[in-house]
Ligand binder design. Structure first.
Ligand code: ZN
Length: 139
């Protein structure tokens, strides 16, 4: 099923009336709005989506940096023992630091994915409405 969002606040819709802002998203009401008004709402949302996506990219960058740092520390937790063999030392400070950094990194990357796909779907939704208006204007 296609996802629908409130045209006024972009809350995910279950019914025509938005739970968050009580905007009427029914076809009848949307038809009564002027094209200009719908366009204005869409552009407003696209602007918001753009800044949300930029915010999500900062999660991606910090997540990737932490992933690298975590991997370096994980490598460091393999220490040489007295006879020169590399031994995994799970009680070492390096291993603890690497686990914490990797966990935070994983969390940030997950958040990025959620935000990215959510906003991409919202973007598509708004662009489709704008396309429809554009095509109507051409006829
Ligand atoms: Zn709403």
């Amino acid at each position: 099923m296609k996802k629908h969002y409130c045209l006024n606040c972009q809350h995910r819709l279950k019914t025509d009336i938005c739970e968050k802002c009580s905007f009427d998203n029914s076809k009848e009401n949307l038809d009564s709005l002027s094209e200009h008004e719908i366009k204005r709402l869409c552009y407003l949302q696209l602007k918001q989506i753009k800044s949300d996506l930029n915010y999500a990219y900062s999660f991606l960058i910090v997540g990737l940096i932490l992933l690298v740092i975590g991997s370096v520390f994980l490598g460091l937790s393999f220490r040489f023992d007295v006879i020169g063999l590399r031994v995994f030392t799970p009680t070492s400070m390096e291993f603890i630091v690497s686990m914490i950094t990797l966990a935070v990194s994983l969390g940030l990357l997950t958040l990025f994915c959620i935000k990215f796909f959510y906003n991409r779907s919202r973007k598509k939704f708004n662009e489709e409405i704008l396309d429809k208006i554009k095509n109507n204007a051409k006829k």
